[in-house]
Design a protein around this ligand. Structure first.
Ligand code: ADP
Ligand code: ZN
Ligand code: MG
Length: 497
């Protein structure tokens, strides 16, 4: 087996266009249970190595696993949100392989009778909507984590942290329905969003609670048969997934065009070098000698339980997007942004419930709020500006109590200090309190100084109106009521000669 990757020589676009990529993803998500799938150890991330372990998850002889009901329930919730059939009967199986991160010498997984099968989700990619089939969703236990760095003898030894061992996972296998790296990217983002909405996983790729393996092959366009697939691992970001697929597709086409043939194998994405390297041939790796797990009863799910879980499903992203557009009059684009995470969507609804107009709330959130959060590295849940506080600010602007320009400064101060808008406005004398007489005075001066632009305006150039507004706002140090400035300007301009 060649160890080094043949360079994906740049292939002419018309050659690339002869081929159609075929992609299927296998995604693992860690379920957000407090304890592990077969024992009572904590699943907390980041604890000191080997502190959340017991004889069961260390695989000591004589111990027996006990299934965590919450893990089953969460996997059911994920399955139902992905339109899968959750089966009355499913079964655990032993997947045998030998690796230090697997203390029992086998992983308890599901094989011929998975928890759920036959679902789908809908993606949007390259401007089109498309359904991607989900073959199956099953339950299994996570393995331990090999640590190759940070210990005294790391140069010569690998260390193992068994804290992760036994964390419940759902493996979600897609049909080979994707045809471009963009579709694969869209699938993974959509899947992640559904997992976040249903609360079954925090889907943090850096912490490994969402992991993705990509299967990819190419075939001549029009051909019915699939080509030989390669599995790519080590895709720990959305960007890596897309890059690895782009690379691998070109590599396949390069091999086929030069008269070579592909063989089934597992490859690793090397982000630093921007290519994949062969890790093992699939055939060898595949002999897992699965057999039914004798230490666990089959899983029985009553229709009553299944329906209870189905009823308790939260509103899913697509439904929420549509409802936001209909109920709050925001654009589909705004709705897309604001439903990105359940936390963001909840925040938006809370701002509106506290009295802000939907459109205004959406604008403030997408500009000042998201920028502030990004710049300070904060999550929306830790926003120093509460939904009620933002609603108050938005209302102050809408009712012309403060100008838009002042409001931006007020927001920055709110974000900085956690004080409310009215407190800041009162303390710093920011209320739009320029009298109509003072505005009129400013307008007259601006008109007198800019006869050229008055002439332009008179000859129908509506664009210069903004110039006048700007000048008057400047003269009143941004504290005039914009509506009043508008009205007075219109009146006096129409009288000007
Ligand atoms: P294996 O037996 O190697 O695990 P599976 O048939 O179970 O293969 O499929 C594993 C994943 O690979 C699934 O996500 C599936 O959609 C995808 N897949 C299967 N065949 C192909 C192919 N020819 N090209 C790309 N992906 C494929
Ligand atoms: Zn344990
Ligand atoms: Mg398989």
């Amino acid at each position: 087996m060649p160890k080094s990757a043949p360079e994906a020589a740049s292939i002419a676009p018309d050659v690339l266009a002869k081929y159609e990529p075929v992609i299927g993803l296998e995604v693992h998500v860690q379920l957000l249970t407090r304890t592990k799938i077969f024992c009572g150890c904590s699943t907390r991330f980041g604890d000191p190595p080997n502190t959340n372990v017991c004889p069961v998850c260390l695989g000591l002889p004589g111990t027996l696993p006990v299934l965590n009901k919450r893990a089953v329930e969460m996997a059911m919730r994920a399955s139902l949100a992905l339109n899968c059939t959750v089966h009355d009967h499913s079964r655990f199986a032993r997947k045998n392989y030998f690796y230090p991160d697997l203390p029992k010498g086998y992983q308890i997984s599901q094989y011929e009778l998975p928890l759920a099968t036959g679902g789908w989700l809908e993606i949007e990619a390259n401007g089109a909507r498309k359904r991607i089939g989900i073959t199956r969703l099953h339950l299994e236990e996570d393995a331990a984590k090999n640590l190759h760095e940070g210990f005294s003898q790391s140069a010569t030894k690998a260390y193992i942290d068994y804290n992760r061992c036994g964390t419940p996972l759902s493996e979600i296998v897609s049909e080979p329905d994707m045809r471009t790296p963009e579709e694969a990217y869209a699938y993974l983002t959509t899947l992640r969003q559904i997992m976040l909405y249903t609360g079954v996983s925090d889907c943090n790729m850096e912490e490994g609670s969402l992991r993705c393996d990509a299967n990819v092959s190419v075939r001549l366009r029009g051909s019915k048969e699939f080509g030989t697939k390669v599995e790519v691992k080590n895709l720990n970001s959305f960007r890596f997934l897309q890059k690895a697929l782009e690379y691998e597709i070109e590599r396949h086409i390069g091999v086929l065009e030069s008269g070579g043939r592909l063989f089934q194998e597992t490859r690793l994405w090397n982000q630093a070098e921007g290519h994949t390297v062969s890790m093992r041939s699939k055939e060898k790796a595949h002999d897992y000698r699965y057999f039914p797990e004798p230490d666990l009863l089959p899983v029985h799910i009553s229709s009553a339980w299944r329906e209870e879980v189905r009823r308790a499903l939260p509103e899913l992203p697509e439904a929420k997007r549509a409802r936001f557009v209909a109920a709050y009059g925001i654009t589909p684009y705004d709705s897309e942004v604001l439903t990105n995470t359940p936390a963001l969507a909840d925040y938006f609804e809370a701002v509106v419930k506290a009295g802000a107009l939907g459109k205004a709330a959406a604008n403030w959130m997408q500009t000042e709020l998201l920028r502030g959060l990004k710049d300070s590295g904060k999550e929306i849940s830790a926003s120093p500006v509460s939904p009620a506080a933002l609603a108050e600010l938005v209302t102050l602007v809408e009712s012309a109590k403060i100008t838009g320009a002042v409001a931006k400064k007020v927001f920055a101060a709110m974000f900085e200090s956690g004080r409310t808008a009215s407190e800041i406005v009162a303390a710093e004398g920011l209320a739009a309190q320029v009298s109509d007489a003072a505005i009129e005075q400013a307008v007259r001066e601006v008109i007198a100084k800019n006869s050229d632009n008055v002439a332009k305006f008179k000859s129908g150039n509506e664009g210069v109106f903004k110039f006048f507004v700007g000048q008057v706002m400047k003269a009143t140090r941004g504290q005039a009521n914009p509506q009043a400035v508008n009205d007075i300007l219109r009146k006096l301009l129409s009288q000007a000669k």
